[in-house]
Design a protein around this ligand. Structure first.
Ligand code: GTP
Ligand code: MG
Length: 196
């Protein structure tokens, strides 16, 4: 799929503030700093469309981007970021939870996993919960440029071992590097198939 146009539309702090459109939405979630915003920029070929930061917790609202006039990417706040006030952390989760449970336009949820880390409890817990919302889920193993192909492969295999028995239908997965621009064709291809 070619990206002809990508524009920021709005930031919402609740489901009520989401765009009143009927465009299919593809949302990106995962731990803070895993590379959600970077991946959106890589996919759209835009350097600063989504705000990137080395400080975890950069994205705090639901950010909507309209692509090619007929579908949307949604950049979500990260989960598992403890360095914010407790009340704020709770709002994060509620905001994301409401969106994921209530938004009818949500076509697919991409759950980003840091390819360098051993399976993290918070990712597994999130995936177990997400299995219940009735939205198709795909995994994206990020930052693959930071280590060898073999390490990434082992990391993905270990993650799938942990998923066995935890969720009924094992999701498809992608390996990405926003820096090396890896995984772009595959991810856009998957979105394109969903849009057919
Ligand atoms: P929050 O909005 O805080 O939840 O973070 P996020 O998941 O949106 O992460 P973001 O895209 O802001 O990236 C976090 C940091 O990781 C930044 O310093 C990025 O430059 C870096 N980063 C993201 N993706 C990659 C990648 O594929 N390779 C490398 N080497 N660095 C990456
Ligand atoms: Mg972000």
């Amino acid at each position: 799929m070619q990206i002809k146009q990508a524009d920021f539309v709005t930031s919402a702090k609740g489901v009520a503030g989401c765009p009143e459109w009927q465009l299919p939405e593809f949302a990106f979630i995962g731990r803070s700093n895993v590379g959600k915003s970077s991946l959106i920029n890589m996919l759209t070929n835009r350097k600063d469309l989504a705000k990137v930061s080395s400080t975890p917790g950069k994205t705090r609202l639901l950010n909507f981007f309209k692509v090619n006039g007929n579908w949307s990417l949604v950049d979500l706040p990260g989960y598992g970021f403890a360095k914010v006030a407790k009340s704020e952390k709770f709002d994060f989760n509620e905001l994301v939870g409401d969106y994921l449970e209530q938004r009818e336009q949500l076509r697919r949820l991409f759950v980003l996993i840091d390819s360098r880390l051993k399976p993290q409890r918070i990712d597994l817990d999130f995936l177990a919960w997400a299995g219940g919302i009735g939205v198709p889920v795909s995994l994206v193993f990020t930052k693959a440029d930071k280590q060898s192909v073999k390490k990434t492969r082992d990391s993905v295999a270990l993650f799938y071992e942990m998923l066995e028995g935890l969720i009924e239908e094992l999701p498809e997965s992608f390996v990405s590097s926003s820096k090396a621009r890896d995984g772009r064709k595959e991810l856009l291809g998957a979105i394109g198939r969903d849009l057919e």
